[in-house]
Design a protein around this ligand. Structure first.
Ligand code: PBG
Length: 331
């Protein structure tokens, strides 16, 4: 302890915990609706909301329903929504061409939301996995996930998203050099204000399982993503990735998954002081929901506590499937 602290009983640390008002006065961190980004799944069709079984309470929405969801989110004060497409089988090919189709699901949803709900920021995902027949985030050549050829495709994908009107582009692919390549392409094309939120420290994780169900990539994925996503053993490497992405033009950086990597969040914030986000991923959400549904934990309290943890660890915001529920709880 610091020498300035008087010994007991002059110091009784319970004094500030006695009432809710005193606890609020000394609260060191706060969680607000302005800290939340809501990931949503988009599918084809009209007037459809289809449950994702491994993510209780989460659905895949047709574009018209995504627009409604965006309006609800904006009304709740949620500043940003993040789109993930569930691509039909025809859109999953070896050349991944659907990824830069101006009229793909993600780009159609972006235009529809921009027209109807202009005040919510739209974030999109840059990676090839929703469009590839292998489930990988890049092109596969002779069993290798090739880097440079993938980056060229990611640039085309990002430009199509910027053209559709997205506010924040989130490269989640973990290829080397993609932030610099996307940034310079955006500048050349006149999209100078599009933000890059880099999935800079993204770990090869078991916690993505339910997401891969939600976007239909689980069945397709051959092998794992360990040659491009990070090893859970590493922390210095995360700092190098974050530094690299900031130096290439990322405006904001992300650590993913969230709760198992709070040490990385804290270190990143302390070291770089850049806008830092965590992604509370599908498996984290599923664990809390499953335990709550079994009556093993109080789901609402676990939700709030898990999200406060990110703020305490230094994050500026959190991508979370709980965003609307947390926003309602905060209102
Ligand atoms: C893939 C991507 C993944 C997630 C977001 N983008 C999964 C993966 O890397 O396999 C996971 C999100 C979640 O689990 O909630 N580009």
């Amino acid at each position: 302890m610091r020498p300035t602290q008087a010994p007991f009983p002059a110091t009784r640390l319970r004094r500030t915990r006695r009432t809710p008002g005193l606890r609020a006065l000394v609260a060191e961190t706060s969680l607000g609706v302005g800290d939340l980004i809501w990931p949503v799944f988009v599918r084809s069709g009209e007037n459809i909301e289809e449950p994702v079984p491994s993510m209780p309470g989460v659905v895949r929405r047709s574009v018209d329903r995504v627009v409604e969801a965006a309006r609800e989110a904006a009304d709740l004060g949620i500043p940003a929504i993040c789109l993930f497409p569930y691509t039909d089988a025809a859109g999953r090919t070896a050349d991944c061409a659907e990824a830069w189709n101006p009229d793909n699901l993600s780009n159609r949803a972006t235009r529809a939301i921009k027209a109807a709900v202009p005040d919510i920021a739209i974030m999109t995902d840059v990676a090839l996995d929703p469009y590839s027949d292998t489930g990988h985030d890049g092109f596969v050549r002779d069993d290798e996930i090739v880097n440079d050829e993938t980056v060229e495709a990611l640039v085309k994908q990002a430009l199509a998203q910027a053209e559709a009107g997205v506010d924040i582009i989130g490269p989640s692919d973990m290829m080397d050099g993609r932030i610099g390549a996307i940034r310079s392409a955006l500048e050349s094309a006149g999209h100078k204000d599009v933000l890059l939120l880099s999935y800079a420290a993204k770990y090869a994780s078991a916690f993505y399982g339910p997401f891969r169900d939600a976007v239909g990539a689980s069945g397709a994925l051959k092998g794992d993503k360990r040659t491009y996503q990070m090893d859970a053993a590493n922390s210095d490497e995360a700092m190098r990735l974050i530094e690299r992405d900031l130096s290439e033009g990322a405006d904001m950086v992300m650590v993913k998954p969230g709760m198992p990597y709070l040490d990385i969040c804290r270190r990143a914030k302390d070291m770089f002081g850049a806008p830092t986000f965590a992604y509370q991923v599908s498996g984290e959400y599923a664990m809390i929901m499953a335990a709550a549904q079994n009556g093993w934990i109080d789901g609402d309290r676990a939700m709030a506590e898990s999200l406060m943890a990110f703020k305490r660890a230094g994050c500026d915001g959190i991508l979370t499937y709980f965003a609307p529920a947390m926003a309602r709880a905060l209102a």
